[in-house]
Write a protein that binds this ligand. Sequence first.
Ligand SMILES: C[C@H](O)[C@H](O)[C@H]1CNC2=NC(N)=NC(=O)C2=N1
Length: 81
Amino acid sequence: MSWIEQDGALVRTFKTPDFMTAYRLVSAVVEPAEALNHHPDLRFGWGYVEIRLTTHDAGGITEQDHQLAQRIDAAVRPFGL
Ligand SMILES: C[C@H](O)[C@H](O)[C@H]1CNC2=NC(N)=NC(=O)C2=N1
């Protein structure tokens, strides 16, 4: 769902109605990341969130990134974005 491969990472971007929603969406991915001990690279601001998944130890995309992507999809679904 909605992930693209770009420069060795899985990337998903969201448009949000405001900054607080962007912040809350970023906060929603913390628990899945901690659960997998695999962490996204995040950029966010007023109206957007960018999530990049890559395995830094491996220098590219691995199964761990695909697993985290699935968990992030589930965690952000309630936002309806
Ligand atoms: C020691 C610790 O388990 C590693 O540094 C983990 C932490 N989270 C990680 N997250 C990501 N995206 N890539 C990694 O290589 C990685 N390594």
